[in-house]
Ligand binder design. Structure first.
Ligand code: AMP
Ligand code: MG
Length: 407
């Protein structure tokens, strides 16, 4: 058994990641499958939206200046000459004194400049009696009012939201250039692990890290290449790490300096492991390196350490490869601390907290093996490397695990 001689600072690990990891190349993707993908370039519209002037109401299209003075006690009569439906316009020109019944979204015919809503009109024997005056342009959506031909509608590196995909469809885009999703391999090690659903002997435990990591990888835009479950067998771990095909290999368990911790030795033998041991709690036995084309992250097996190390390093790598922003996908909020948080100079702390009506408290039971501390918590507070902690009453930044499902 070896010990960690020195531990690297979190900010230096981040600098290593940001310098070494660059976004992957782009590929073409059908717009219909592009939700969540990251744009490789700006998108410009090749058309106006809407492509024609259209009605924003069900009513009557006419010339606005002829409605001046119209009211309940002074209806003004127009001759009813036809109808315009969405996709089936009225094709003629509308002369003065004439009107066309029009539906929401239907093209405005030539000669009209406004629409009077149906509730201010009475149709009787081919005559429409208008009881409201309208100004030119009223209830008419002009061609190009949403998007103009040539407008830049979405920026490079944007992770596409559902409404973005809708916007792409609205300008007729069928394929978009997106950054390739990084392929992620999970290598889950541990003689003691069984899968939920399998028979568990008394001293075995269920593997919780692989499903947790799959969720995190999906959240960050990665694509699961494979999830390999293996025992603490040096050659099995070696094969799982060195096989080509993954942009990132995440190894869970056996990342430290114990007798069964093979992964660090293998990465040194097969590639390079410039980072092993990080000045933080939990997750200090984390390693980062490279084997062949793959970036390898060695995640401690303790579930909280595994989550924390993923969030600090693996997620950042996956988001960067995929062209997303590197920062955490957690919203931040300031809260008053109700109980002190103690740390040590030289080490960064990841402290789970719970939100109450009058502030936040750190969770009492918070060891690296206590996964329920992360489900009881609403978020976490970071105690920076150069701080000894925070006292009661201090304002702290809370990173919220999510913004909507607080208990
Ligand atoms: P290791 O990092 O392999 O030394 O494991 C540290 C602790 O985490 C041990 O108590 C393991 O049993 C536990 N552990 C390792 N892998 C997993 C996993 N996939 N799911 C749940 N617990 C794990
Ligand atoms: Mg293990």
């Amino acid at each position: 058994m070896r010990g960690f001689r020195e531990r690297m600072l979190v900010r230096d690990v981040w600098a290593w990641i940001d310098e070494r990891i660059k976004p992957l190349h782009s590929e073409s993707c059908p717009t219909t499958n592009s939700h969540g993908r990251v744009l490789a370039g700006d998108i410009q519209s090749k058309m106006d939206v809407p492509p024609f002037n259209r009605s924003a109401m069900d009513g009557y299209a006419l010339q606005a200046d002829q409605t001046v003075g119209a009211g309940d006690y002074n209806p003004i009569a127009f001759q009813f000459i036809g109808e315009s439906f969405p996709g089936q316009p009225f094709l003629g020109e509308v002369a003065r004194g004439h009107c066309v019944r029009i539906m929401t979204g239907a093209p405005c015919p030539l000669g009209v400049d406004a629409v009077v809503p149906a509730e201010f009109a009475i149709l009787e024997d081919k005559q429409v009696h208008i009881t409201q005056a309208v100004t030119p342009g009223k209830h008419v959506g002009l061609a190009g009012e949403d998007i103009r031909k040539g407008d830049k509608i979405l920026n490079s590196n944007r992770r596409l939201r559902p409404q973005d995909v809708g916007l792409l469809a609205s300008v007729g885009v069928t394929e978009v250039e997106v950054i390739r999703q990084p392929k992620i391999r999970l290598v889950i090690t541990g003689n003691e692990l069984v899968q939920p659903g399998e028979t568990r002997s008394p001293y075995q435990i269920f593997d919780s890290n692989s499903v947790m990591l799959q969720g995190l990888v999906e959240r960050d835009g990665g694509m699961l290449e494979s999830c390999i479950h293996i025992s603490d067998d040096c050659e099995a771990v070696r094969t799982a790490i060195i096989s080509p095909g993954a942009d990132v290999v995440l190894v869970s368990g056996g990342s430290s300096v114990g007798a069964e911790d093979f992964a660090p030795v293998i990465v040194v033998e097969e590639g390079e492991l410039p980072i092993h041991g990080i000045a933080m709690r939990p997750s200090s036995p984390t390693g980062l390196g490279r084997v062949g084309e793959s970036t390898v992250v060695l995640l401690p097996g303790n579930p909280v350490s595994c989550l924390c190390a993923y969030d600090f390093f693996a997620g950042r790598i996956i988001r960067r490869l995929g062209g997303s922003r590197i920062d955490w996908p957690y919203s931040q909020q300031m809260y008053g601390l109700q109980k002190k948080i103690v740390s040590a100079i030289g080490r960064l702390d990841y402290c789970r907290v719970r939100i109450h009506d009058d502030g936040v408290t750190p969770l009492a039971i918070s060891g690296a093996s206590i996964l329920s501390s992360t489900t009881q918590a609403d978020g976490f507070v970071i105690v920076p490397t150069d701080s000894e902690g925070f006292g009661p009453g201090e304002k702290v930044t809370v990173y919220l695990y999510d913004s909507w499902s607080r208990k």
